[in-house]
Design a protein around this ligand. Structure first.
Ligand code: ATP
Ligand code: MG
Length: 180
């Protein structure tokens, strides 16, 4: 599964619609301190359903919306879309390209979309389950995460292996079924 592009609008330091096209192979983001490199990875994390404001380096969800500068007015919403190459059908959706979108308004309202159709956050979480991507995936390794894994309790660490082995989905479905 390969990330094809990322579209950011009104998210953190990106007031204008900005499209980042990922090339083949490795992509490195370079730039001076404070230029928005980490905001790009925050956008990827966020669009995949991140709910922890701490992981997004903020204190409340509203902090993801462009706050404005002397020259620019603040934005009313933040929107991020991530285009994923799904030709390998890793995601259980019958299309070669999957676009996931998240939109958050200053009013506190949220929208999630899969291929431009409104869905619930639950659908985004289920889509990424066992793929390594997603909110709890291991594909995003943030600063301090390695130390956290090494120091975590054995059952917490097991969850990472379960995700990699592709069995978290079954545990999740079992729990869902038992809840009903
Ligand atoms: P470093 O090299 O120091 O890690 P970086 O390129 O990763 O820097 P970021 O942390 O991505 O930089 O960006 C920080 C900048 O983003 C700061 O200037 C901060 O003011 C700006 N920023 C963060 N949130 C918002 C927001 N909601 N609205 C406007 N600007 C924001
Ligand atoms: Mg940074």
């Amino acid at each position: 599964m390969v990330l094809k592009s990322l579209e950011i609008q009104g998210f953190k330091s990106f007031p204008d619609k900005t499209k980042i096209q990922f090339g083949q192979g490795l992509t490195a983001v370079v730039g001076p301190n404070g230029s928005g490199k980490s905001n790009i990875s925050d956008a990827v994390r966020w669009v995949m359903g991140e709910q922890s404001t701490k992981n997004l380096r903020g204190s409340k969800m509203e902090d993801v919306i462009f706050t404005g500068t002397k020259a620019r007015r603040s934005q009313g919403f933040a929107e991020v879309s991530l285009v994923i190459d799904n030709s390998g059908k890793t995601l259980e959706i019958d299309s070669d390209e999957v676009v996931i979108t998240r939109k958050y308004y200053r009013s506190g309202e949220s929208e999630y979309m899969i291929n431009r159709t409104n869905v619930r956050l639950k659908d985004i979480n289920e889509l990424f389950m066992d793929t390594g991507l997603g909110r709890d995936g291991y594909a995003m390794v943030g600063q301090g995460r390695i130390a956290e894994i090494v120091q975590s309790k054995s059952d917490e660490r097991r969850e990472i292996f379960e995700e990699a082995a592709g069995i978290s989905k079954y545990r999740y479905r079992k729990n869902e079924a038992e809840r009903k």
